[in-house]
Design a protein around this ligand. Structure first.
Ligand SMILES: [Zn+2]
Ligand SMILES: [Zn+2]
Length: 135
């Protein structure tokens, strides 16, 4: 069994991959909704201000942004770095370009299949005016 000290309250708890004990995790969940509301009402507040006003560590706010649970507006001037190319982004882990690249790599094996499907569509529409694969 892996036990650790909670990073927030110092209590010992069963470690399950989170650095906070269950009580503090729950508290953070409640904080999350507070922070989200706060950002909604104060779209131009900077990360340090958000952290201070809501009594949440900046690291925690960044974590929420990485998880795409929080999104800052452009007015806030807040951005985090794309984990792949370092470009500033507003939410998530990667910028649009890197996300697309990752997606293309992932779906590359399907592209040949997709091309074949298009051919079928063309031939079929010439003959019977019916589209295959349009379901
Ligand atoms: Zn705790
Ligand atoms: Zn990138």
């Amino acid at each position: 069994m892996d036990v650790r000290n909670c990073k927030k309250c110092g209590k010992i708890f069963n470690y399950t991959g989170d650095s906070l004990c269950p009580a503090c995790t729950k508290e953070m969940e409640e904080k999350f909704f507070e922070v989200r509301e706060y950002i909604y009402k104060n779209p131009s507040a900077g990360m340090a201000v958000v952290a201070e006003d809501n009594d949440v560590p900046i690291q925690q706010i960044k974590k929420w942004v990485r998880q795409e649970r929080l999104t800052f507006t452009r007015e806030s001037g807040i951005s985090i770095d794309c984990e792949s190319c370092g470009k500033p982004i507003l939410t998530g882990r990667y910028c649009k370009e890197c996300k697309n690249k990752l997606k293309n790599n992932f779906s590359g094996m399907y592209s040949e299949h997709a091309a074949q499907k298009n051919d079928v569509k063309k031939i079929d529409s010439k003959g019977k005016m019916r589209f295959l694969g349009d379901n």
